[in-house]
Design a binder for this molecule. Structure first.
Ligand code: ADP
Ligand code: MG
Length: 606
């Protein structure tokens, strides 16, 4: 209710917003960044029944996004109408909403894009003699004319956000924006293997995918190593039909990268269903590893509500619990079949291979396997038996720590550690260290983490990273989006001692790794850094070197449960006490507890 009393002299103040303004407001919701425009245009091309879609991007979509399809095209009138808000050919009545199978239906995308960019559309239906060329700038039609063009539609979006400086300034670096575009592209390409797709950026072709099976499509996108990673999943039930592939547990990664759910071919994010898959891998994966999966759910559209999120990556299911159970048991069953060697996959092609990229360096593939690896053994870090014969050590020291609050300040300095010190490892996790003044119990993992952290911070600050150059530089392949990220954080990685150089599309050659980093684990180390970065993008690009140093230290530190040799124990204890603040680890845990002999004497009444 309006507080002011109405008087006839006061003019009415409510007006309808001009279309261009309304469209811009809608655009704020629909088009957040270049990738959102790519997504909308791809969906339109797919809805138009295309069998071939080509995407051309310049400057990560800032200057140009051009999508060409060979779909149904539009009549001259429809071409003009398509840019009106709420103009759609996909629903006509409310009931249609419950059975939509197309991607679009709100009729907002083109109107939104046209309100914040310079748009050019060429379109022609097969049955028409001539096509239409339409030019629109900021919702204003500049020209519309007949034009000779192939069947299908080409939409060019130029200078996105030219009239919305706030949005433009808010965009991230080209690498990050391009990563988002690649992700959208991959989602569409995975869902529609029967459509041929290409994507190029600044004149370089990133993907060239011909019409194929789902398996071939996955391999075409993520590299041929995926061919042998995939276990087929199939389950038809009265609620859903489930199909697709789950990655073999041995190929699980440190990053959450390749996890895809599609519902009626629409990519969705769903933590609950993701959990269903993850739980099917229970006990098959070491902690902190993520399986890859590509799962396709077909469901009656009336049983889902796709309209609860404006960008539509979330879906509400009527029978969520049943779905969870079906997915979990189907994936579990598939993995079980595979482990028994029974996996039947008629789609698998024995001699499937992707031609090497021209100019690719001959790199010997290295295959590592651990003959002791047993996927059915619980992956607890401390499952190895303790070597100490004194089972009660641990209890003993726990009691000590409680009896000795806050005594860590000046108890020990470095010289104390070297005079005839003895070291003993207990429970494969703690180092007991004796000095002239007392006994220290050190958590080996936290201590090593602390030492490495300080070393990495030191190299950051000095700007002279210690790097071990590789005698045989190794080539590593990453997914296209991870590759964009790697390029983004390359300067930070260099500061840590990584010397990696982009080589070809998604391949990087590792010339050097930080000293302290074990050879052969380059890929896992880089993946865990990428995972960290994905969780918290701001952290690694800004000045915040601490996060990167901490995550690398955590990754490289010896773990609890690892048997250590005496020299290693001494190196850890010595290294720890030369740290500036040895009491707490980078993750905030206590690193050691102390028992001074004075205290010991008191306890015995000496
Ligand atoms: P929606 O997809 O929600 O219907 P859009 O604004 O994305 O809304 O598109 C409006 C209409 O323009 C669509 O309903 C469709 O009829 C037409 N259209 C858009 N893109 C294409 C295309 N690539 N080929 C054929 N028709 C298209
Ligand atoms: Mg649309």
């Amino acid at each position: 209710m309006c507080a002011t009393t109405f008087t006839p002299e006061m003019p009415d103040i409510i007006q309808l917003l001009p279309d261009s303004v309304a469209n811009q407001i809608a655009a704020g919701e629909v088009i957040q960044r270049p990738a959102s425009a790519v997504k909308e245009l791809l969906e339109n091309s797919i809805d138009a029944g295309s069998t071939s879609i080509n995407v051309i991007i310049k400057d990560a979509g800032r200057t140009l996004i051009r999508i060409t399809d060979n779909g149904c095209g539009m009549s001259p009138t429809d071409a003009r109408m398509s840019f009106e808000r709420h103009a759609t050919s996909k629903i006509r009545k409310v009931n249609d909403l419950f059975s939509v199978r197309t991607f679009g239906f709100r009729g907002e995308a083109l109107a939104s894009v046209a309100s914040i960019a310079h748009v050019e559309m060429k379109t022609k239906r097969a049955e028409d003699e001539a096509g239409t060329l339409l030019i629109i700038e900021g919702s204003e039609v500049k020209s519309q004319e007949a034009s000779a063009c192939p069947n299908g539609t080409t939409i060019s979006v130029k200078n996105l956000f030219y009239n919305v400086p706030a949005r433009r300034n808010f965009l991230k670096s080209n690498n990050v924006e391009m990563k988002h575009i690649i992700e959208e592209f991959q989602r569409s390409a995975l869902a529609f293997p029967e459509i041929a797709f290409t994507l190029s950026h600044n004149g370089h072709e990133l993907f060239h995918l011909s019409q194929s099976s789902t398996r071939q499509r996955i391999v075409g996108i993520f590299g041929h190593s995926y061919n042998e990673h995939l276990v087929p999943v199939k389950e038809d039930t009265s609620i859903i039909n489930l199909g697709g592939f789950a990655g073999k547990p041995e190929f699980a990664k440190k990053t959450r990268g390749e996890q895809f759910f599609f519902v009626n071919r629409r990519f969705i994010k769903d933590a609950y269903l993701n959990h269903a898959v993850q739980s099917a891998y229970e006990q098959l994966l070491p902690q902190g590893s993520y399986p890859s999966y590509f799962l396709f759910i077909e469901i009656d559209p009336s049983k889902i509500d796709v309209n609860i999120h404006p960008t539509k990556t979330e879906i509400k299911f009527e029978e969520e619990k049943a779905l969870y159970a079906i997915i979990r048991s189907a994936v579990k069953g598939a993995l079980g079949q595979y482990s028994l060697g029974n996996s039947l996959d008629f789609d698998q092609e024995a001699s499937f291979s992707i031609p090497a990229q021209p100019g690719q360096m001959p790199v010997k593939p290295s295959i590592k396997f651990n003959p002791e690896y047993n996927p059915f053994r619980p992956a607890a870090a401390s499952s190895r038996p303790a070597t100490s014969t004194r089972e009660n050590w641990q209890e003993f020291y726990k009691g000590m720590a409680e009896a000795l609050p806050g005594q860590t300040e000046t108890f020990m300095d470095e010289k104390d550690l070297h005079a005839g010190s003895q070291v003993l490892q207990v429970n494969n996790s703690y180092i007991v260290y004796t000095t002239e003044k007392g006994i220290a119990v050190i958590d080996q993992q936290s201590a090593h983490e602390k030492i490495l952290y300080e070393k990495f911070m030191d190299t950051f600050l000095k700007g002279t990273p210690a790097s071990q150059q590789q005698l045989f530089p190794k080539a590593l392949e990453f997914s296209a989006s991870d590759s964009e990220l790697l390029k983004e954080i390359e300067p930070q990685l260099r500061n840590l001692g990584f010397d990696i150089r982009a080589f070809g599309k998604n391949t990087f050659v590792v010339h050097g790794i930080p000293s302290h980093a074990p050879e052969g684990e380059e890929k896992q180390i880089l993946e865990s850094i990428l995972e960290k970065y994905k969780e918290n993008p701001g952290d690694l690009t800004g000045k915040n070197h601490e996060t990167l140093a901490a995550s690398l230290a955590k990754r490289l530190a010896v773990k609890r449960g690892t048997l250590l040799r005496e020299e290693k124990m001494k190196a850890i204890a010595g290294g720890l006490f030369s740290c500036s603040n040895p009491q707490t680890s980078p993750s905030g845990r206590p690193v050691f507890v102390l028992l001074p002999y004075d205290e010991l004497r008191k306890k015995f009444g000496n």
